[in-house]
Design a protein around this ligand. Sequence first.
Ligand SMILES: NC(=O)C1=CN([C@@H]2O[C@H](COP(=O)(O)OP(=O)(O)OC[C@H]3O[C@@H](n4cnc5c(N)ncnc54)[C@H](O)[C@@H]3O)[C@@H](O)[C@H]2O)C=CC1
Ligand SMILES: O=C([O-])C1=[NH+]CCC1
Length: 312
Amino acid sequence: MADPPVTISEREVESLLQYRELTPRLEQALGKFSRGEVVQPVRTTVPLQKQNGFLGLMPTYIEHDGVLCTKLVCFYKREDGSTLPSTQATVVLLDPEYGSVKAVMDGEVITGMRTAAVSAISAKLLMRPEAEVLAILGTGKQALSHYNVFTEMFSFKEVRVWSRTKERAEKFMHSVTGPVTPCVSVEEAVKGADVIVTVTRCTEPVLFGQWVKPGAHVAAVGACRPNWRELDDVLMKEAVVYTDSREGATTESGDVILSGAEVFAELGDVINGTKPAHREKTTVFKSLGMGVEDAVSAELVFDQWKAKNSQP
Ligand SMILES: NC(=O)C1=CN([C@@H]2O[C@H](COP(=O)(O)OP(=O)(O)OC[C@H]3O[C@@H](n4cnc5c(N)ncnc54)[C@H](O)[C@@H]3O)[C@@H](O)[C@H]2O)C=CC1
Ligand SMILES: O=C([O-])C1=[NH+]CCC1
């Protein structure tokens, strides 16, 4: 009989997961995904009409590595001022041989860190080498994880942050240790920026192509439904568009579907060397989030947890 599943709390996941170990595994996973080595159907979503949200089911199987996993994630379009979280996630790791559950762990930290690390991989591959200015639109959980990994991996001379209220941008500035310039408008934040991260809950475009410096790299993380937008048509059509999953983007991304923009490549294609990284052009990485990212993160957490708990 299989051992009962272990439960790993948010605090434990936080203490076990580090970007320096997670990021290379995510890069490998993106490559495997684009080589067709991962079984990962497009996320199934169940609308929660009454609560203005969705339940997303994200199963993944990496046969070669014996990793079977699913994330359950609820995401909501919260009203301003709501104290409830906009994303709640749990990750379940299974034994593919027996079908038994090995671990049930918090998915909040995993979702925050793996999403930000994948955006950082997109910047590593697609931003210009001389990039100096980073702009972050939004000041929620993803904004913080993106700030953390981007400042850990790169040396930007300036980091700008925009939120719809000055107070939120200033609160964000005070919540981090490094220097941040709070901005009162999106235009002010992104003008001349080399890298732009969009991590908002908006459903209409907030970033317009006319403000984006030619050659900039945009990591677009919000707007994960077919009728939600963060970027306008001008930007989507002028940029070379990369995604995590072509199938996911053409099914779930309003920025891709409604603009009619062509998806040039998956990030994994660039990692595998089958498609070029057009660093010299304006690039958009449209991130939807993939089960394989959760699976490799959860496997890493579980390995670390076992190592820690087997010590005498
Ligand atoms: N691509 C991926 O893998 C993932 C994407 N997401 C998406 O990333 C986005 C951010 O997620 P969190 O940081 O967890 O959310 P959050 O609720 O913590 O932060 C959202 C931010 O967006 C701002 N915002 C809300 N409505 C807005 C509007 N109409 N215009 C401009 N700003 C607005 C809020 O003030 C806040 O700063 C969400 O859209 C979420 O669905 C979340 C997890 C993974
Ligand atoms: O990949 C993910 O976990 C999510 N993508 C959009 C909302 C949650």
